[in-house]
Design a protein around this ligand. Sequence first.
Ligand code: F3S
Length: 62
Amino acid sequence: MKAFVDQDICIGCSLCCEIYDAVFRMNDDGKAEVYQAVTGEEQDHVQDAIDSCPVSAIRWED
Ligand code: F3S
């Protein structure tokens, strides 16, 4: 599965990176981005980040 951070919505709070930095990192624009595909075991961590993002900027990609 792949996750996606909507750059127009992210406010750069970096919470997702604190929750799971194996998948999320901050980019030069001060927004979060996904830099790794998500393996099955990691899905719960990514879902935690999705649920915790204050502006709901993170989604699963189809
Ligand atoms: Fe941005 Fe949400 Fe992460 S605001 S930095 S995608 S927790």
